[in-house]
Design a protein around this ligand. Structure first.
Ligand SMILES: [Zn+2]
Length: 313
């Protein structure tokens, strides 16, 4: 038996057949074209499910379940998408629409939670009883896994670490608060720090990497310039690491998970990111030594969305 995992993104939809051990057997990817009616998107998803099964040479009777990771808020009980940030879906009955094509169970979950589940089942946090994953991308997504299961709170409002307030007088956030984690720990935030560094220091290596185009600066360019010892880039990474370490310190105080996994675009900086962040996390509490969780890089990369969605049950 296999499960299908669907990673619904703002740009692409990835559909994969996943074995019970978490192995990706086949995959199909199509553009989301999210402006069309949701019924059309789901019809194409269903076609992709069939194509994925065919590629893996599996009959439809081998299909156990379909899981869908959604870039936004979902109600897994009702099977609806409450709202998304980059797909214009509000109150979409995604499960019932998908069940027009397949009679197997269909599960929905937030995409960051799905990625955390995948890392816990077969990635960087394999075997951990508790795990928090931070996805440091355009925003900051987060997933909490407790006792092997996703935790989103009693009212589906939990696990929004990206919108915890780090600095009450800080940068305004789209959510209406000021100084959210997302405004300081996302790839977007690091790129912005890089741009600000180049306005003050146009001789920075960051600007050279961007071909002289300040607006073209990405988080990766800032990281790469810092790795080469560029002082403005190192200061930008240092400020970024301060904010990320403070976020992790808060997570430890609040939840004390066994493992914290860092994923998303910024995590591709690898050991350089960990070397910047780890020494900034306090190792004592009220002068007593503190046991820190393992803080590791995500292992599954872009496949986590599909694999984790297939793991939903
Ligand atoms: Zn916010």
């Amino acid at each position: 038996m296999v499960s299908i995992g669907i990673d619904l993104g703002g740009t692409n939809i990835a559909v994969g057949a996943v074995s019970e051990e978490g192995a990706l057997l086949s995959q199909v990817c199509v553009p989301t074209r999210s402006q069309r009616p949701y019924q059309d998107v789901v019809r194409e998803m269903a076609a992709c499910v069939r194509e994925t099964l065919q590629k893996a040479q599996l009959p439809e009777t081998a299909l156990r379940s379909i899981g869908i990771g959604v870039p936004g808020a979902v109600d897994p009980v009702q099977g609806t998408v409450i709202g998304c940030s980059n797909i214009p879906w509000h109150g979409v009955p995604l499960r019932s629409e998908m069940q027009r094509y397949f009679s197997v169970p269909v599960f929905l979950e937030n995409d960051a939670t799905v990625a955390a589940l995948a890392e816990t089942v077969c990635g960087a946090a394999k075997g951990a009883g508790s795990c928090v994953m931070l996805t440091l991308g355009t925003g900051v997504g987060s997933g909490i896994i407790l006792n092997g299961r996703p935790w989103n709170g009693a009212f589906r409002q939990g696990g929004e670490i990206g919108h915890m307030v780090l600095y009450p007088n800080g940068v305004p956030c789209a959510c209406g608060r000021n100084g959210c984690v997302e405004r300081y720990c996302s790839a977007t935030a690091l790129a912005l720090r890089g741009k600000q560094a180049c306005w003050a220091h146009p001789d920075s290596l960051i600007l050279e990497k961007a071909g002289g185009d300040i607006e073209g600066i990405t988080a990766r360019m800032v990281m790469d310039a810092a790795k080469e010892g560029d002082a403005p880039a190192l200061r930008a990474v240092s400020a970024f690491a301060d904010a990320l370490a403070l976020t992790i310190d808060n997570i430890i105080n609040f939840l004390d998970p066994e493992i914290i996994v860092l994923g998303g675009g910024v995590s591709r900086a690898g050991a350089f990111l960990l070397d910047a962040v780890l020494p900034r996390i306090p190792t004592t509490d009220r002068l007593d030594p503190r046991t820190l969780p393992s803080i590791v890089l995500a292992q599954l990369g872009s496949e986590a969305g599909v694999i984790g969605a297939a793991m939903l049950q």
